[in-house]
Write a protein that binds this ligand. Structure first.
Ligand SMILES: [Zn+2]
Length: 322
């Protein structure tokens, strides 16, 4: 029997995208953001650092500084003790992130959960933040494209949330080409460095999907752009949402302004948007040396993900329900 005096906590789903940067997570998040009840937060991990002006950029996807945005100006002060500046609070959170949820910590979080006071404090902040955002915007699904596997591994330990994991990969040579070309606030990176990160982030993401196979989905960016609506259907099914809610019926979609905390600079664009088909410009853009470095450093995952002969081969089973 219902008790009219007690409001049941709103069940909150988190659809978390993991993997290495430049894998197309921002556009996938922004498509999902169009679904009623969904809210794409961008890369939430960077909220406090960027909000204190210490990150790569201070702007929300809506174009205003995070500290002035209608959403983040409300969320940023949560949990900040009286008398502590936003800068000092951001430093405290950053220290916890570096101590407990870096990619290298993924296995420790998976195996030991909330094993000390510091990680419990970080988990409490993240849970509070997700719930506050959901309550503020009326969302029941938060899409987080942070991609850092250590943060993703923490999600099953947050109170009142049900996480789902999308391990999103993209051909490491296309990723290296993306890092080669400077754009807006994003810095550049060598092919070797990008691919070393690609390897580590994907290996850690695999550990998560192996641990939680029933709530995980393996996705290649190339398969998303080959069939954008079909991919969104799959992601909706993953988190128990009727695919009838899919806003995408072809390659075109009308995007509203979003409130993403960092991500691909394309997040600032709204209105009519076309999801481009396959782009193999890396084949001409990357030097032979850079291409060889990306191929060598991504092996054997390159082969495992079906990129060894140009990306046309299937993917080996990797323990998710993809
Ligand atoms: Zn905003």
């Amino acid at each position: 029997m219902e008790n009219p005096g007690v409001e049941a906590p709103r069940p909150l789903t988190i659809l978390c995208i993991t993997g290495w940067c430049r894998n197309g997570s921002t556009i996938i998040g922004n498509v999902l953001n169009e679904i009623p009840g969904f809210f794409h937060v961008g890369e939430l991990h960077f909220l406090w650092k960027n909000g204190a002006g210490k990150g790569s950029n201070v702007l929300c996807g809506c174009g205003t500084p995070l500290t002035e945005c209608s959403i983040w100006s409300t969320i940023l002060p949560l949990g900040r003790p009286a008398g502590v500046s936003a800068e000092d609070y951001a430093d405290t959170i950053r220290r916890r992130q570096l101590a407990y949820v870096r990619t290298r910590h993924t296995w420790r979080v998976l195996n030991r959960g909330l094993y000390c006071e510091g990680i419990r404090e970080h988990a409490a902040l993240m849970a509070r933040t997700y719930h506050a955002v959901a309550d503020l915007v009326g969302a029941r699904v938060i899409v987080d494209t942070t991609k850092i596997p250590g943060e993703a591994a923490l999600l099953p330990h947050l109170e009142g949330v049900t996480p789902y994991f999308v391990h999103l990969v993209r051909d490491p040579r296309a990723v290296a080409e993306s890092w080669r070309v400077p754009k807006q606030y994003a810095y550049t990176m060598s092919s070797s460095k990008s691919t070393a990160y690609w390897f580590g982030f994907n290996l850690a993401s695999q550990a998560i999907t192996r641990r939680y196979p029933d709530r995980s989905f393996f996705l290649r960016y190339e398969d998303f752009i080959a069939d954008p609506p079909g991919t969104i259907d799959s992601l909706l099914r993953l988190c128990g949402v009727d695919p009838a809610a899919n806003p995408l019926h072809g390659r075109s979609i009308e995007l509203r302004p979003n409130h993403t905390v960092t991500g691909n600079p394309d997040r600032f664009r709204s209105g009519a948007t076309v999801i481009r088909d396959r782009d193999d410009s890396w084949k001409n853009g990357l030097s032979r040396r850079a291409r060889l470095a990306a191929t060598a450093l991504s092996w054997p995952l390159l082969r495992r993900y079906g990129y060894a002969d140009g990306g046309s081969r299937g993917v080996e089973t990797i323990g998710s329900r993809a």
